[in-house]
Design a protein around this ligand. Sequence first.
Ligand code: SF4
Ligand code: SF4
Length: 109
Amino acid sequence: MEDNTSKTPVVKERKVKGRVEIDIQKCKGCELCTTACKEHALALSDTINIKGYRYIIANNDACTGCVNCALVCPDAVITVYRTHPKKKPVDITPADIKEQLQSMISPVK
Ligand code: SF4
Ligand code: SF4
C-alpha cells in the first residue's frame, strides 16, 4: 500500500494576526463591517448598547488584520491591531480614517 503521509501539505499557523476593538457604545449595528469581513469574524450581539442598538462582537481568533471593517465603518468605531506572539500589538487603523470618512460625506467643492 502507498504511503501518502509525505504528500500531506503542511499548513503553517499564521504568526501575524489581527485583533479588532470596537467602541460598542457608538456602534449602530448597521452591519457594513460584517459584510466586509471575509473571515466572518464579526457578528451582531444579542444585547443592545446604551443607544438601543445591537452592536458588533469580534471573534479575534479569525481576524487577519485586513482592516476592511475599519475602512467601511461609517462611524469609525473600529480599531485594528496587528498582533504577533513575541511583539507588542501595533495599531494599523489608518490615522486619518475620520477625515477620509468626512471628505466622503461632505466633499469639498
Ligand atoms: S480586520 Fe479584517 S479579518 Fe479582522 S475583523 Fe476586520 S475585516 Fe475581519
Ligand atoms: S460598520 Fe461600524 S457602526 Fe456599523 S455595525 Fe460595524 S462597527 Fe457598528
